[in-house]
Design a protein around this ligand. Structure first.
Ligand code: SF4
Length: 462
């Protein structure tokens, strides 16, 4: 079976199962923090064209930049309303339309330059957004589904599902082909996301953000994404000597130093970071992440976000060489570059104030993280050359278990004798995750109405 055909075949399977790209099972109430919605808006996740609350077409010509000062969320944006001329100004994004008044924006002149108010919920009847000059601001209400995004909840329990039986009937070559088709589909979805990001922010920023998110995997993807948005590569590259201070400062990890309370091995770095950061602190204060943006529970010390941030700082300061490899190098070269990165401090510390102790030295970016960056950044970026690298990719072993893929394997294959094999290769894991997202996470019937088992005979016949 030819390889590109597997992609088409998996897509046809999804289509005939009437599986939509947007998740179906996402009606579970979920607290969406405004900061997450802003990050997604900034990345164009909700689209660039809308129908405004008054029925006029709204086009986002420029999504703007994060505002460092008091005032609206995004400044220097450009919006075309009703096909007229482009209006330049700010964009304010709220979860609820009434936040505009609740937060005093209607009487605050700092919001007079807002050209678009975006929100997700609004009271019944009409609700107008007005500035302190009594001017109406065009509104866009995003549909509730937009809140659901790509963070599915409603996780299925890890017990074998109804498809285990039909899958057991498939010859192992067909199962491998199915997983490959799903993995190819997943890769093309990632490639499309990266391309969309590159259209909005340019290729370098798109790659930088994607690498940052991969470093934040999995508990701290959002704060890493926010950092890369608020401190774009262009800003960091303007001041390469201050990359680390900017990143650690905006991350909220630098506090007025009482160096005496830190271990001797941390004091020199903290002193330097603080000295570089304090002159920038006022300028960047509004960009700083709140402490609760970070998740600490259940993290292995070696995956501490401060260590990962150290890696991002090292990558940012030598970015041109790394980007050159992402664009023209091989996967093996990119991996060798990442796992070979060194840093005097971070090779010997878990956090800014915790030395490794008896652990010796630990790679700044380990094998698992490097493979994650390959899977989420390098391969999607180079999807146009997929036929050149697929065979090598298909043989890439997963250095560590992936809990979500294991859950997917348990659901789909139960006690299947090849289950271990499916989990040992990165490409198979990706295929498992895609089927899990396309079917299990959209099923709300405990498998009873899931179309996947009935589609399987067609896979062989297709
Ligand atoms: S929801 Fe569908 S794909 Fe998932 S385990 Fe059940 S039958 Fe299989």
């Amino acid at each position: 079976m030819s390889a590109p055909f597997l992609l088409e075949k998996y897509r046809a399977l999804l289509e005939s199962a009437s599986v939509r790209e947007t998740p179906l099972l996402l009606r579970v109430p979920r607290a969406h923090r405004e900061i997450e919605l802003q990050a997604r808006w900034f990345n164009g996740d909700f689209g660039r064209e809308f129908i405004g609350a008054d029925g006029r077409k709204i086009e986002i010509a420029q999504s703007g930049v994060w505002n460092h000062e008091a005032g609206p969320d995004f400044i220097e944006a450009a919006v075309r309303v009703g096909g007229g001329s482009v209006r330049r100004g700010a964009i304010e994004l709220d979860t609820d339309a009434r936040d505009w008044d609740r937060h005093g924006h209607s009487t605050n002149p700092a919001y007079d330059g807002v050209v678009l108010h975006v929100f997700f919920t609004a009271p019944r009847g009409e609700y107008f957004t007005r500035t302190s000059r009594n001017e109406f601001v065009p509104q866009v209400r995003l549909p509730q589904e937009a809140l659901d995004g790509d963070s599915p909840v409603g996780l299925a329990p890890a017990r074998p599902g109804r498809c285990c039986g039909p899958l057991r009937e498939l010859p192992s070559g067909e199962i491998a082909a199915l997983l490959e088709g799903a993995a190819r589909h997943r890769l093309m979805l990632k490639a499309a996301r990266l391309e969309r990001l590159a259209r909005v922010h340019g290729p370098s920023e798109a790659l930088f953000q994607s690498v940052a998110i991969a470093l934040g995997y999995k508990e701290n993807k959002l704060p890493f994404q926010l950092l890369a948005q608020r401190l774009p590569l262009a800003r960091l590259r303007r001041d390469p000597d201050h990359c680390a201070a900017l990143l650690f400062g905006v991350a909220g990890f630098l506090h007025a130093p009482d160096l005496g309370k830190y271990p001797p091995g941390s004091r020199a770095l903290l002193r330097r970071l603080w000295d570089d950061w304090w002159p920038l602190r006022d300028e960047m204060a509004r960009m700083m992440l709140p402490a609760d943006a970070w998740k600490w529970r259940g993290l292995r010390p070696v995956n501490h976000p401060q260590r990962r941030l150290g890696a991002l700082a090292v990558l940012a300061s030598g970015w041109p060489a790394f980007q050159g490899l992402l664009k023209r190098g091989s996967a093996a070269e990119v991996k060798a570059f990442l796992t070979g990165l060194g840093d005097e401090f971070w090779s010997a510390h878990y956090t800014l104030d915790t030395p490794l102790g008896g652990q010796g030295r630990v790679a700044l970016i380990g094998e698992t993280r490097a493979v994650e960056i390959l899977a989420n950044v390098f391969y999607p970026w180079r999807s146009g050359e997929i036929d050149q690298w697929w065979d090598a990719y298909a043989k890439t072993r997963s250095p560590l278990g992936n809990r979500k893929a294991a859950t997917a394997a348990e659901r789909l294959f139960g006690g299947h004798s090849d289950k271990k094999k499916f989990l040992s290769l990165v490409a198979y894991q990706q295929g498992l995750l895609q089927i899990y997202e396309d079917f299990c996470l959209r099923d709300d019937s405990d498998c009873a109405r899931c179309p996947f088992p009935e589609q399987l005979p067609r896979w062989i016949g297709g």
